[in-house]
Design a binder for this molecule. Structure first.
Ligand SMILES: [Zn+2]
Length: 458
């Protein structure tokens, strides 16, 4: 019985053992019977010997059969394997590099590709699928990951690409790696493209600022809208960016659905910050709605000290009188009394016009908020104001990447970056898999699963 390379009986549990499997280091001594390789196959308790026809690795389906001749034993290779020469195409090869094994390698690559394209960088499930040891699968995956991260050298990828958006979503999640807590910070553009992935020990203002600044510089329409959670550090980051900006913060504490919009507008001397408290459904409901608004102003310290150009100093009498008055009305010493949290907040009224599709401020309400709402509405038309884009990323990521196991931080970073590169450009995987080197031992170990399961679904 000859096993044609494309014919697998997928219903019989077939365990294939090679004569050489117990001596896998001696692969080059793969026995040859004429133009066939004998295989010992276990079906249940029975073992039958089967034969795999040796075909030229260059031969393709539908092509005329390539004619082979034996070319003696290659003593330059360990184990002196039998060498074959194809008289059709001139290719020299050994039994273990013949078409049968070449196709099995392709099958393994297809399984890896299917698995990784769904973002499944999971050693455990891939080991089970390929019936390989976890260490072998892990080595295979690391090979792919290294190739993916090498392939983007000197090329644009998600960390350097520019994106057509004016909006950034930022969020962090913590990961336990070993026994330490790490923070994974992810930035996605308004058009749902990944822009940054950083694994950091601390989520300080300086670290997060650098990440946001880098992404902001790559937005083709300039950063106008920053969406984050209520984490206080983001407030400092938004302020440090030093530009006109609308920062939407989701407060993930009860009562839920609250959002705080902070609008920064700069002029030569001051930055004014308008804070608008509302709920996340204002973009999906129409008609009137109210929100609490407060505006604060902060000097940028650009004003020159001293008298203005062209003016004169005040007379000595006036200055002395001023000093005397100041001394008499001295301010109380010590810490000033705490300001009421409610101080400065005013209720403003807005209208969300369904027909025109915009939000306007009404009757003296803040036009600054009205303008910011137009930008927000563009991003969240007919949907709640949400930071969902990243939450989806995180839940997928945590399910797909097995964060256990001892790996260096460098490898973890490489793994995360490769995961997002593949997610951003699935095509890269096919280019990389071509270069993946799968040893004959690996092929022979996962052969039973390849014969019985084909390369069907996971
Ligand atoms: Zn050939």
């Amino acid at each position: 019985m000859i096993i044609s390379s494309k014919f697998w009986n997928i219903y019989i549990v077939l365990y294939v053992t090679f004569h050489i499997m117990s001596r896998s280091c001696e692969i080059d001594t793969l026995p040859v019977d004429g133009l066939c390789i004998p295989l010992n196959i276990s079906i249940g308790t029975k073992i039958i010997t089967d034969y795999v026809k040796i075909c030229c690795p260059n031969e393709k389906d539908g092509e005329e059969v390539h004619i082979l001749t034996k070319n003696g034993q290659d003593t330059s290779v360990k184990g002196s394997p039998q060498q074959f020469v194809c008289t059709t195409c001139g290719r020299c090869f050994y039994p273990h590099t013949s078409r049968f094994f070449k196709e099995l390698k392709t099958d393994i690559k297809t399984i890896i590709s299917q698995s990784l394209k769904r973002g499944r960088l999971n050693v455990k499930s891939l080991s089970r699928r390929l019936q390989l040891k976890r260490s072998t699968t892990s080595r295979l995956l690391l090979q792919v990951i290294k190739l993916v991260s090498n392939s983007i050298k000197h090329k644009k990828y998600f960390k350097t690409k520019r994106r057509r958006s004016n909006c950034l979503f930022i969020d962090e999640t913590f990961l336990k790696i070993g026994r330490k807590t790490w923070y994974l910070i992810v930035v996605v553009s308004g058009n749902n493209k990944i822009m940054a992935v950083e694994l950091v020990k601390k989520r300080t203002k300086a670290i997060i600022f650098e990440i946001v600044k880098n992404c902001a510089d790559r937005l083709l329409y300039g950063l106008q809208l920053l969406i984050s959670d209520g984490f206080q550090v983001y407030v400092g980051v938004a302020r440090k960016l030093g530009k006109n900006l609308t920062h939407v913060r989701h407060i993930h504490k009860p009562p839920y659905r609250r959002i705080i919009v902070e609008i920064y507008s700069y002029d030569e001397f001051d930055v004014s910050k308008t804070i608008f408290k509302t709920t996340n459904e204002i973009t999906t409901t129409f008609g009137w709605f109210i929100g609490h608004v407060k505006t604060t102003k902060e000097s940028l310290g650009n004003r020159k000290r001293g008298r203005k150009k062209g003016s004169k100093n005040r007379s000595k009498h006036i200055i002395a009188a001023e000093k005397k008055e100041k001394a008499e009305n001295r301010k109380p010493r010590g810490r000033p009394p705490a300001k009421s949290a409610k101080k400065g907040w005013k209720v403003h009224v807005f209208n969300h016009d369904r027909k025109k599709g915009w939000i306007t401020a009404l009757g003296g309400s803040s036009t600054v908020v009205g303008t910011a709402m137009k930008i927000i509405l563009k991003q969240f038309r007919n949907m709640h104001i949400t930071s969902n884009l990243i939450e989806k990323e995180f839940s997928a990521l945590k399910k797909l990447i097995d964060f256990r196991g001892r790996r260096s931080m460098e490898i973890w970073n490489e793994l995360l970056i490769s995961y997002f590169i593949i997610r951003d450009e699935p095509k890269i995987l096919d280019q990389v898999l071509d270069q993946v080197n799968i040893s004959f031992q690996t092929v022979s170990k996962s052969i039973s699963c390849l014969l019985t399961g084909g390369v069907a679904v996971m």
